[in-house]
Write a protein that binds this ligand. Structure first.
Ligand code: FES
Ligand code: CO
Length: 348
């Protein structure tokens, strides 16, 4: 599935960047192949416009903010937060300003991030109740650009068969390649998946999970939020919860912005934020290395025929089915890469 070719994907909220980043002036971002610019309006709320001036097409992100408006850096034309052209500095004061605008997009601030929806959203931003629960702390773990498809990251995080191999140097046990089974319940937003996984407990993991046993049983209650957010809720026998919330924000086909937040019901004195970042950095680097080696076009329909599967791929297969249903509900067909069509023809 080429994400830039499926308009229905524009109807979801995506985490774009930390709100603090906008204190440095207008910031560019590309969402689903669409260049946008984010900036703070007069009330300090985030605004998002197409990153293109209607005069000579310069990127508005090259400009600066003035009284909550954005000023084009080329000739100074000025737009308000809704994209309306409000000032042409070359015109005499009494001359009316043409009715022109830059396209504006919906924004929200949630969990310390600015979220953008390019078209009317089909559902709200995924709820994370722990964010407002005083028993939990929020840690901003990662904000990195990866060369892979959003669906690859999503299915990888529900794939119990990769731990023993990809994570053999962290928590995986290469001698235990048989994956544990997931109990999956489909929901309106995607699905919930529950499992018990036994993982290796190297010395640092003992601090993370609050146990000194060589192995720990993780109780995982995970959620997939269509299309590209996931929540991994790990509970250790110590009662420590390690809840990772991840967005694979699609920049373009085969390119994602990985946003990772962590919620923990312990304190900085138990395990510092930096230790938690370092621990998960080693794990996510293992995932990244292998995911960037996969075909960036994670196909949802023909992928069922081209790629081979095993029972533990069920969460990923369900994602493909639900995404395909979503396309069909909105009168879209999957737009595949030409080479996939060719390899399928060659197989038949
Ligand atoms: Fe923006 Fe001229 S290109 S003001
Ligand atoms: Co992994």
């Amino acid at each position: 599935m080429l994400v830039t070719k499926q308009p229905v994907l524009r109807r979801f909220w995506y985490a774009i960047m930390r709100i603090e980043q906008l204190d440095n002036g207008p910031q560019p971002f590309t969402l689903l192949g669409e260049p946008i610019v984010l900036f703070l309006d007069a009330k300090g709320e985030p605004a998002a416009l197409e990153d293109r001036c209607c005069h000579r097409t310069a990127k508005l992100s090259k400009g600066w903010c003035r009284n909550g408006n954005i000023v084009c850096g080329y000739h100074g034309w000025e737009y308000d937060r809704d994209g309306k052209l409000v000032m042409i500095p070359q015109f005499p004061f009494e001359q009316p300003i043409p009715d022109a605008r830059a396209r504006a997009f919906r924004t929200k601030t949630r969990y310390g991030y600015v979220w953008v929806a390019l078209d009317e959203p089909l559902r709200d931003i995924p709820d994370i109740p722990e964010d407002s629960d005083p028993a939990y702390r929020r840690i901003f773990q990662f904000y990195d650009t990866w060369n892979t498809a959003a669906l690859r990251l999503m299915e990888n995080s529900f794939d119990n068969a990769h731990f023993a191999f990809v994570h053999k140097n962290t928590f995986g046990d290469i001698d235990q390649p048989r994956p544990e089974k997931y109990e999956i319940v489909e929901t309106d937003y995607g699905f919930e998946a529950e499992t018990l996984v036994t993982v290796k407990n190297p010395p640092m993991a003992a601090k993370i999970s609050g146990t000194t046993e060589p192995y720990t049983k993780r109780h995982m209650r995970n959620k997939w939020f269509m299309p590209f957010c996931r929540r991994l809720d790990m509970e250790y026998p110590s009662g420590i919860r390690h809840i990772i919330f991840n967005c694979a924000t699609p920049i373009a086909d085969g390119k994602i912005q990985v946003v990772q937040l962590l919620f923990r019901n312990d304190t900085e004195a138990d395990c510092s934020a930096q230790e938690l970042i370092d621990w998960d950095a080693a794990i996510i680097a293992e995932d990244r290395d292998i995911l960037e080696s996969t075909d960036p076009d994670a196909i949802v329909d023909m992928g069922r025929k081209i790629e081979k599967h095993m029972p533990s791929d069920r969460p990923g297969m369900l994602m493909r089915k639900r995404l395909l249903d979503l396309l069909h509900e909105h009168d879209e067909e999957e737009v595949p890469k030409m080479q996939d069509t060719m390899s399928l023809t060659a197989q038949n």
